[in-house]
Ligand binder design. Structure first.
Ligand code: FAD
Length: 240
């Protein structure tokens, strides 16, 4: 792929394009990795993502999230590595929220990216920048060594296990249950492991984490579990 960028001395190859893998939790636990995540990923990503604006259909939504307690250094904590990306963060008093079983409820604005629109706009942008896209299977490492490009970004995700004999890599399967679109739903909520995110193409309900599961087949038992958990959550709303 030739990015055609000014100052770029030669063509580059990007393998794969953009699932959770088993190492993300380790990144969160290690202070050094957390710092690397903040400095090298979050702070560089944000300014590039926000100006992407309308064509990419990235919107801010209000998120209300409930927990039995907060890890202030965790993802939605006040000392989170992502704190700068959580504008309008504030704790809600019990009178301000309807959540049934959460001692601590907090609200913030968060970005919602709609992959069908975003990925298509991204591909357009890449092509306009002069790059070419080839869909091929890289069968082994030797194929990479023989590429004409001298700079190669390896983004093969779980495919890296076979490609680079990476024995540590383990998938964590996540599944979304999607309800019909409801344009009137303009907020998102989460409590514990469950979350609801509204998109123009549907209402997303999660979340599941199946460690070591490779299959891409939907898990219908998990779907029923998620629907039941969300029903119990919303049915339990109190007046506020
Ligand atoms: C249910 C769920 C919800 C999620 N929600 C969010 C969210 O809200 N926000 C968020 O930021 N992230 C979310 N994620 C995580 C996000 O989807 C991943 O972090 C992201 O897709 C990882 O991108 P990647 O490029 O590293 O890997 P992948 O998306 O897995 O891409 C790897 C690509 O490489 C290709 N490939 C692999 N091996 C080869 C080979 N040998 N030859 C050729 N091609 C190969 C694959 O076909 C694939 O296209 C969610 C994940 C799940 C499962």
């Amino acid at each position: 792929m030739d990015l055609g960028l000014p100052g770029r001395t030669g063509p580059v190859a990007v393998l794969g394009c953009g699932a959770w893998d088993s190492r993300l939790p380790d990144y969160r636990k290690s202070p050094a990795r957390r710092s690397q995540f903040t400095r090298k990923i979050c702070r560089r990503t944000r300014p590039r993502t926000l100006p992407a604006g309308n064509g990419f259909h990235i919107t801010f939504r209000n998120m209300t999230n409930g927990r039995r307690s907060w890890d202030e250094q965790g993802s939605f904590g006040k000392e989170s590595a992502l704190r700068a990306m959580l504008p309008e963060l504030r704790d809600l008093s019990p009178r301000e929220h309807p959540f049934p079983n959460s001692a601590f409820v907090r609200q913030f604005d968060t970005m919602i990216v709609e992959p069908p629109t975003y990925l298509s706009a991204l591909l357009d942008g890449i092509r306009i920048a002069g790059a070419t896209i080839r869909v091929v299977e890289i069968r082994d490492r030797g194929v990479i060594q023989n590429l004409p490009e001298k700079l190669v970004f390896n983004c093969s995700g779980l495919g890296a296990k076979a490609l680079f004999a990476d024995e540590e890599l383990t998938p964590v399967k996540g599944q979304l249950t999607i309800l019909l679109p409801q344009p009137e739903v303009q907020y998102s909520v989460g409590q514990g492991d469950i979350y609801m995110l509204p998109r123009t193409d549907g209402i997303l309900l999660g979340g599941t984490h199946e460690m070591g599961v490779w299959t891409l087949d939907p898990n219908l038992d998990k779907k029923q579990e998620i629907l039941a958990q969300h029903k119990a959550f919303f049915d339990g709303f109190k007046n506020c």
